[in-house]
Design a protein around this ligand. Structure first.
Ligand SMILES: [Zn+2]
Length: 214
């Protein structure tokens, strides 16, 4: 049984690490977006309530998100544990979560802000096949065009410099109190998330006390 939380800003690379680790440890990989989508699609009473907020373009209240998570954790696929990817996002969610589930590891992915901005603004997306490129670390063979279908690559409006700065600022404002909450309880561990996915993976494994290779 292993209950893990990954916290980190957009672009910190936690989604990639979370997917690989959850599969290796046979624990459920849960993110808020997926949880809400599943509850809404399943038309559970809580999902229907959440859908009411989503349809109005409102944020789903913290206590409702936590109730949906709690229901999800009764599902048998979490019997060996779970990995929460980017949850809790607010202090209220962290406090509510703390009342009904003990956590084993809370890992904060740390990366200098300038590097994050660089990573996110270098992303390009193929509008046809949805392949993601990075103009510096994973460029297409012909600049500006998709390797698979030759389509002109696009930059998501979310990945433009000003939008990226706003996303990072929102993350910090919401999540700093969450980090402090776990730090005050002696449960927060920070992970240096600079470098390649392989380098980050090696540091993460060491932090979790896992053998160097799976
Ligand atoms: Zn393409």
């Amino acid at each position: 049984m292993r209950r893990i939380v990954f916290l980190g800003s957009p672009g910190a690379g936690k989604g990639t690490q979370a997917a690989a680790l959850a599969q290796e440890l046979s624990v459920a990989h849960l993110s808020t977006g997926d949880l809400l989508r599943a509850a809404v699609a399943g038309k559970t009473p809580l999902g229907t309530e959440a859908d009411g907020y989503i349809r109005k373009g409102l944020l789903v209240p913290d206590d409702l998100v936590v109730q949906i998570l709690r229901e999800r954790l009764d599902h048998p696929d979490t019997s060996d544990g779970f990995l929460l990817d980017g949850f809790p996002r607010t202090l209220a969610q962290a406090e509510l979560l703390d009342r009904f589930v003990p956590l084993d590891d809370v890992i904060a992915f740390e990366i200098p802000e300038e590097l994050l901005i660089e990573r996110l603004t270098q992303r390009r997306l193929c509008p046809v096949c949805k392949t993601v490129y990075n103009v510096v670390t994973a460029p297409p063979r012909i600049a500006g065009h998709c390797d698979r279908d030759g389509a002109a690559l696009e930059q998501r409006s979310d990945d433009l410099p000003d939008a990226v700065r706003t996303r990072i600022a929102v993350y910090h404002r919401q999540t700093e109190p969450v980090l402090k909450f776990y730090q005050d309880r002696g449960r927060l561990r920070t992970l240096d998330a600079r470098g390649t996915p392989e380098e980050v993976r090696a540091r993460l494994r060491a932090l979790l006390g896992l053998p160097a290779t799976p």
